[in-house]
Each structure stands twice: as structure tokens, then as C-alpha cells.
Unconditional design. Structure first.
Length: 444
């Protein structure tokens, strides 16, 4: 089996990898982390691990600039800073740098090598090139670990997660996280509401019994080399490349979600990507009060999803099963008509037919349908309902009757309750202890 997986990596590197350079590096490292950087300050280097007892971490910093940004000096401060800390110039556009005792930085200047990144590929191409290089370094024996760690310049990982021993059967992992917010500022309050929105979506999927209920932040995840090769790398997208990658990976095996202290993410607005944290926070800041801004999915969207997921196995085995009638009993006739149309527009009948033809057993047929009705189609389903039947509601409307939220005007209590649900220990829950005091975890 190991040989087959190694062949899979070799096949990916030969046919699909984007490798502008094949560097001869002077040493070996235990682990590798990929960080795309566009218009970032030198402060990103201060978020690298501080402990030097095991310094063999290589951080691949991929400098990039999308074609939509004409500012050719956007990356100059970070580029010049890292050039001043060069240990070795490997080639034009590639330098090995040292700014801390705990990690080496491999500066991959994609902007210098390729020029501006095609606008439609954006951060997806930067993350893809970095991860493909990490995979190639593993294949050539320069990296010992088989795990590619994915982060962003605004994120600081708890150090024990860098050396964590991930489960043998896992294909990927997503880590606890929290944004570093100052609730005395408008930015801090808006960022906290957005973070709760992220949590609320995952909780809604959990309550609907969706197998795609997990966070998808590129700043705090990782993936096994063989699984990464199997799904042919990071999608070349200007945004949501992390969502689409994890959506594909989880179809291959276990996606691990460990408890513990969080990756801490800087609170900031941003226009680096067309959607995601920065644009969402910017949208909330445009309103007087983020607590009353219509931003959250209506709970009926998740109730509808739960009803559909509960009925699909029955419809899969019984072609005469009238999905609309059954949904009407559960959700009311108005919503059932909308749901039935949405599912028809999504091509559910064809997916049902495919599952029946390809699956020899009920379990196999259900697996085919679950792969089809994946995280992307789940989100598409919810967005269709919000457009046609259940528009967004505000934070206060969403949580006013929830037992998790004892004080609707205090989002911090809801944040802590959600984190506790997953076993996350947010910094304010650690009784003043530093995250580095977390329990010891086995290392590679």
C-alpha cells in the first residue's frame, strides 16, 4: 500500500504539479508549512514558533501579486526584509532565510518568477505552488513528515500542533481557531460576529447530520501528502480554495478535528480575496450595528437540509417515494415546493439514477449520493433557499432564544459555548495560562 501511495505522489508531480523551480536545498527538515503572502508586513515572521528545541521546520513563503493589483511595490517591504536575512540564495526568486531559531523560511518569490498571478487564480495558485514544492521536497527526501501544514501570514499556531502526530487514517485536519479581537473597537466587534457566523454554519450542518460539518480555513489546516496528490492539489481559485480542497479531501477518509488551544488569527479587513473573512468583516463594518445586520442563515435552511438528508436514503431505495409530500408534512407545503424545485435544478434525479446504477448495496448507493451532495452542493442548496424562501436574519434574531446565548448582547458568551462544544480552549478560557502550557502531545 505504501508503494502505491508513493506512486500516486510521483504521478501527481509528473503530470499535475506546478513547480517553477526544482531547488537543490542544503539540508533536511522534519516538517513543512506553506504560507502565501500578498501585501503582508514583516510582522508575519513574528508569528513563527518561538521554541528552538526542535528547529527543523521549513516555512515556504510564497510571495505573489494578483494581476488585479497594479502596485508593483506591494510585496517590497517583506521581500527586502527576508532578503536581508538570507542564509543562502538558491536561485533567482528562491532564497533560504533565517529570522528565528525555530524555523527556516524558504522565500519563493512567485511574483519575480512568473509575474502577476492570473486574477482568477489568485491565492489558489500561490498556495498550490507552495504545496506542490513541499510535496516535491518530501518526495526527494528533504522533508521527513508526510503532512503539509497550511497557514496564512495573519495566523499564529500553537506550537504543539506543528509537531502533532496525526491519526494514521486521517487524510486532513482542521484546527481550533479564534480571531484576536478588541471588543472596544468596531473592527473587533464585527470580526467576532463573523467568527460566530462561521461557527453557526458548522453547527447548523452538524444538527442537520451533514458529513461535511467542519471549518474550512486555509490558515489552520493540513493534509497528508498522498491524499493531496489524489485530489490533484489546491484548486486554482482566487478565493475559497481551502473550502474546495478540504471538500475533496474529506471524501477520501477521515478529516480530523482535534480539541485544544486555537490558532490565533489577526483581526483585520482585507481586499486580498474577493470573498472570505476580510470582505465579510468589511461588509459588517458598513452597518451601524453588526448585531442587527442581516448576516446569518435562517434556521429553516438547516431544518430543510436535515429533512432532505433524512429522506434521501429512502428515496434512493424507493423510486415511488414522493419527496415533496413527505417534506410538506415536516416543513409545510410552501417550503417543500421550493425545496423540491431547488433539488431538481441541482440535478438530484440524475444523481439518484447514477447511485442506483453504480452501487451494488444500499450502503454503496448512499455513499455515491453523499459524495454527490457534498459540501459545495450543500452550500448551494442553502444559498438557493435564502434567495427564494428564507432570507438572512440578524445575529439577535438568530440567537435570541438559544440556550447557548444567555445574553444576546454579549457575543463572547456564545463564542465560548460554541468553542466548548468542540473541546476548544480559547485563550480567555485558559485562566490566564499561555497556550504553550497545553498538555504534551506525541510528536513525530
Amino acid at each position: 500500500m505504501r508503494g502505491a501511495r508513493s506512486q500516486r505522489v510521483a504521478n501527481y508531480l509528473e503530470k499535475y504539479a506546478i513547480l517553477p523551480l526544482h531547488p537543490e536545498l542544503p539540508q533536511h527538515w522534519h516538517r513543512v508549512m506553506v504560507v502565501p503572502c500578498f501585501r503582508e508586513s514583516i510582522h508575519f515572521t513574528q508569528r513563527l514558533p518561538k521554541r528552538a528545541d526542535d528547529p527543523r521546520l521549513l516555512v515556504i513563503c510564497v510571495l505573489n501579486r494578483p494581476g488585479s493589483d497594479p502596485n508593483t511595490a506591494a510585496n517590497t517591504p517583506l521581500r527586502q526584509f527576508l532578503e536581508r536575512h538570507t542564509k543562502q540564495k538558491i536561485s533567482d526568486g528562491l532564497r533560504l532565510c533565517r529570522v528565528a531559531d525555530s524555523a527556516d523560511i524558504l522565500l519563493l518569490d512567485l511574483e519575480l518568477i512568473e509575474g502577476p498571478t492570473p486574477e482568477q487564480q489568485g491565492v489558489g495558485r500561490a498556495r498550490r505552488v507552495g504545496c506542490d514544492l513541499a510535496l516535491w521536497l518530501m518526495d526527494t527526501g528533504r522533508i521527513t513528515s508526510r503532512w503539509i501544514l497550511s497557514s496564512d501570514a495573519d495566523a499564529k499556531w500553537p506550537e504543539h500542533f506543528i509537531s502533532h502526530r496525526w491519526p494514521e487514517d486521517a487524510v486532513a485536519f482542521t484546527l481550533p481557531f479564534e480571531h484576536d479581537v478588541d471588543l472596544k473597537t468596531e473592527l473587533g466587534r464585527a470580526t467576532l460576529i463573523y467568527e460566530i457566523w462561521l461557527h453557526a454554519y458548522v453547527r447548523g450542518l452538524e444538527e442537520a447530520n451533514s458529513p461535511y460539518a467542519f471549518h474550512t480555513l486555509g490558515s489552520c489546516c493540513g493534509f497528508h501528502a498522498d491524499a493531496y496528490a489524489a485530489v490533484r492539489g489546491v484548486p486554482l481559485r482566487a478565493g475559497a480554495e481551502d473550502f474546495y480542497l478540504l471538500n475533496k479531501l474529506c471524501k477520501l477518509g477521515q478529516l480530523y478535528r482535534p480539541p485544544g488551544p486555537p490558532v490565533v488569527i489577526e483581526a483585520r479587513t482585507s481586499t486580498r480575496v474577493p470573498f472570505g473573512t476580510g470582505p465579510a468583516v468589511q461588509r459588517l463594518l458598513q452597518h451601524e450595528d453588526p448585531l442587527t445586520t442581516n448576516f446569518f442563515y435562517h434556521p429553516d435552511c438547516f431544518r430543510a437540509l436535515k429533512a432532505v438528508l433524512g429522506q434521501l436514503p429512502i428515496w434512493l431505495e424507493n423510486p415511488t417515494h414522493d419527496l415533496q409530500v413527505v417534506l410538506g408534512r415536516q416543513l409545510g407545503p410552501e417550503l417543500s415546493v421550493v425545496i423540491t424545485k431547488v433539488l431538481a435544478d441541482m440535478g438530484l434525479s440524475a444523481a439518484i439514477g447514477h447511485a442506483r446504477r453504480q452501487g451494488a448495496t444500499p450502503a454503496a448507493r448512499q455513499q455515491h449520493l453523499s459524495v454527490w451532495f457534498d459540501g459545495f452542493r450543500t452550500l448551494k442548496f442553502i444559498h438557493a433557499l435564502r434567495r427564494s424562501a428564507r432570507p438572512d436574519i440578524s445575529y439577535l434574531e438568530a440567537w435570541q432564544d438559544s440556550p447557548l446565548c444567555t445574553d444576546p448582547r454579549d457575543p463572547g458568551t456564545l463564542r465560548r459555548a460554541m468553542a466548548a462544544h468542540w473541546g476548544w480552549s480559547l485563550r480567555q478560557d485558559n485562566l490566564g495560562q499561555d497556550n504553550n502550557d497545553a498538555p504534551a502531545i506525541p510528536v513525530l
